[in-house]
Design a protein around this ligand. Structure first.
Ligand SMILES: [Zn+2]
Length: 179
């Protein structure tokens, strides 16, 4: 028995013409093989439809949003910590550079340098304090702060810190020259 085009038509029943549909029905009545195929296909289609209609567990979207918010908060924390770490590292490098420049003047200026070191130490302590405060602020406002502030703020703070260190250095340097 010839099964084509009926076999193909089984999979595209919605687009058959009236004549084609009638021919298919006629063939299915006399052909066991194609009828078995039609039944199997109908079963599979039914399973596909019911599978796609299964709803997610209740509260799914709320849980997902909470998970997303948590993930964002962690990412922001990491970003902020990295930024502050970079600032601290930059300050350490600046200290080393300025320290090396000051070496020839070290002998007569030990007390000043000690004071300068104390200033750097307090600066680092202040930075740590600042990091703490920022952490709390970020925790509270990160969802509402536009991205640009999250980048601009740490950058301007880094600039400010660098300016601070340079000012301290210049002050100490002037004092050393006077002595
Ligand atoms: Zn057939």
């Amino acid at each position: 028995m010839k099964h084509q085009p009926f076999e193909s038509w089984l999979y595209e029943r919605e687009v058959l013409t009236k004549d084609q549909a009638r021919d298919l029905e006629d063939h299915l009545e006399i052909c066991d093989s194609c009828r078995a195929l039609a039944t199997a296909w109908t079963d599979i289609e039914g399973q596909l439809y019911s599978a796609s209609l299964v709803a997610p567990a209740p509260g799914f979207s709320r849980r997902w949003r909470a998970h997303l918010a948590d993930h964002r908060r962690r990412a922001n924390h990491r970003q902020m910590s990295a930024m502050l770490l970079m600032t601290t590292a930059g300050l350490a490098v600046l200290s080393v550079l300025f320290g090396a420049e000051l070496l020839p003047l070290l002998e007569p200026a030990v007390p000043t340098l000690v004071a300068w070191g104390g200033k750097v130490a307090s600066l680092v302590a202040n930075l740590n304090m600042f990091r703490l405060i920022m952490g709390i602020l970020v925790e509270a406002t990160v969802e509402n702060v536009p991205l640009v502030y999250r980048v601009v703020l740490p950058l301007s703070l880094a600039g400010l810190a660098a300016f601070w260190v340079i000012s301290i250095y210049r002050l100490s340097y002037r004092r050393i020259r006077k002595e």
